[in-house]
Design a protein around this ligand. Sequence first.
Ligand code: FES
Length: 120
Amino acid sequence: MSKLTVDGKSVEVPQDKRLVLALMDEAKIDQLHACGGNARCTTCRVEFVSGEPERMTQAEIDVLTARGLISTPGLRLSCQIVCDHDMEVKAISRLAGSGRADAGKRPTDEITPPAVWKDK
Ligand code: FES
């Protein structure tokens, strides 16, 4: 188990659970994930307060670079992160107020596309 703190509220999360799923299931927030967790939309973005992972998937690097977001401090894609240590984030991309009809198709349990890990 690791601890996930979202906007100041902490919950316990099963080891290595995808962060996007922990935001939905444990933190119970209306996190957007429009592309279904495939590193294409960036709507699953969060802002790290502490515990930002040192590694990134190649897919996360590619889409954040393409969108000009790679240098934004603390901004990461929750669909490309697993909960393997304590983390604190701000929920900055939620269904409420987005104008979208729904948050997106539920992402699978495993990171997609298959994770190729790189150092940040
Ligand atoms: S990039 Fe679309 S859900 Fe993560």
